[in-house]
Design a binder for this molecule. Structure first.
Ligand code: SAH
Length: 226
């Protein structure tokens, strides 16, 4: 699975992608993430990627021309069939990212992710360049870079081998509360893993009994009930 990310902040991704599962997955060549600096696709000496909105209003708008060049350059260099590539624009007006969308996008060989900035992106990118628009939720962020990381992680979890031993690819509706040792945690007793607190009665934070019962049918039923 290859991700091309078009952004004006290509270095933003280094630290997150350089750790943990993404680090391992890239080393094992399960996923490849290639940030592209939008400014490399400008033609003026100031490498301008934005301009004022037609019709007036605050802020600046990412221009269609450099995005068009970037997406074209990626497609021209790619060996992947066009139908195995999907171009996504991050936008507040997009379809809300969910598990089904992540799973669907994992079926492509290559995703091209366009990160907006400023007041947004010239609408002609949505109309003529992107195959779809995606929002990660009803709140405004300063750019599409965090949405790109969120999407890449949600999609990569579906790539065979991406998840380590400590994680499973559960479905959203298969999610249940989890506990681990100790069975009884006493928050104000240092002898029981807590921290010393004056004058307060000892409270206990217990693990639900059913989980300690060893009765797998009951445990299964309890988890479903949650
Ligand atoms: N004024 C714009 C918002 C611009 S935010 C509007 O009303 O649409 C700048 C860029 O950040 C957007 O173009 C988009 O690419 C990205 N962005 C911000 N919040 C987002 C979210 N919740 N989901 C996906 N992308 C988002």
């Amino acid at each position: 699975m290859r991700f091309h990310v078009i952004t004006i902040f290509p270095n933003i991704f280094d630290s997150y992608l350089g750790e943990s599962l993404f680090k391992r997955a890239q080393k094992k060549k399960l996923v490849q993430i290639i940030p592209h600096d939008l400014r490399d696709f400008t033609r003026d000496k100031h490498q301008k990627v934005d301009d004022r909105p037609f019709g007036g209003g605050p802020g600046m708008v990412v221009q269609v021309a450099p995005v068009h060049r970037a997406v074209n350059a990626i497609a021209n260099r790619s060996r992947v069939l066009a139908k195995k590539r999907r171009t996504v624009l991050f936008s507040l007006r997009g379809k809300k990212l969910d598990a089904a969308t992540a799973k669907r996008l994992a079926r492509y060989d290559e995703l091209v992710l366009i990160c907006g900035r400023y007041e947004g992106v010239d609408e002609r990118v949505a109309t003529h360049i992107a195959d779809e628009e995606i929002s990660i939720g009803d709140y405004v962020l300063s750019g599409g870079e965090l949405p790109a990381l969120v999407l890449m992680e949600a999609v990569s979890r579906h790539v065979p081998g991406f998840l380590g031993k400590g994680e499973s690819l559960e479905e959203i509706n298969g999610s249940f509360p989890t506990y681990t040792r100790p069975e009884i945690f006493v928050p104000n007793d240092p002898a029981r893993g807590g921290i010393k607190a004056r004058g307060s009665a000892k409270k206990k934070w217990n693990v639900p009994k059913v989980l300690l019962s060893g009765d797998h049918k009951k445990i299964e039923a309890w988890r479903r009930g949650q």
